[in-house]
Design a protein around this ligand. Sequence first.
Ligand code: DAK
Length: 259
Amino acid sequence: MIHVLLEKKGHVAVATVNRPQALNALNSEVLDDLNELVDTVKADGDIYALILTGAGEKAFVAGADIAQMSGLNAAEGEAFGKKGNDVFRKLETLPIPTIAAVNGYALGGGCELSMACDIRICSDNAVFGQPETGLGITPGFGGTQRLPRLIGPGMAKQLIYSARNIKADEALRVGLVNAVYPTGELMAAAEKLALTIASNAPVAVRACKKAINDGLEAEMDAAVVIEEKLFGSCFATEDQKEGMAAFLEKRKHEPYQNR
Ligand code: DAK
């Protein structure tokens, strides 16, 4: 991977989209590397949480690569959209929790990439938006689907139709991000959050992610059954035995073993 750097710190991995000369814009090669990233992280049973950020001082990801997209015909455009959607869906369904540490511009495909993560936090210089209608296209990497699910259809339609960018404080107000940090403190905050998550029973955290994601796509009667089955599966794990024994014996649990 050239355009995505991966660093492991204990059970936490930090992936950095690394194309700063184009503000980390997503061309086909970057999408290929993101695809490889997800495969690599999924295959590594030792990673309990993934942080995704952008290289440089200015951008998380400034969008899909406009230069590469500009000459596409309709069929090629659809294929490019499918390529991005496949990668983002794969990221969204990665079993472990993912945190987007949005350190600057998150426009178009960049905003969409952050929305394919479970949690978004950002620096105070972050800018979010779906500028596509101003370029003559629709959002193409899931923006029309994930933004309304996250912030509600009314506000999502306003942002997408108007192609208006919003700053960090407004992103916080509309619920697009969970927290805003001074620029220099973002990565430390992301790592602290990832470590907190990684200290809990990894199998249980993964089960929660699956229950929430799958349940949101089901109607409530089916959704609670999804939860029941995942809840039940936790009782077949060593970590459940240790976690509950530690509580009953009034001691701190041993580090969870991910089994
Ligand atoms: N694509 C390609 N290059 C980009 C880029 C982008 N999205 N964003 C920035 N760059 C490049 C600039 O061209 C410039 O390159 P050089 O001129 O130095 O070679 C370099 O990064 C630095 O950018 P600026 O000089 O413009 O930096 P500024 O600080 O002045 O401005 C900016 C920063 C983020 C405000 C500005 O760069 C900007 O407005 N960038 C474009 C933002 C944008 O519109 N993003 C959304 C892209 S559309 C679909 C599939 C996918 C999508 C849609 C449909 N289907 C197949 C249906 C997704 C669409 C998008 O993401």
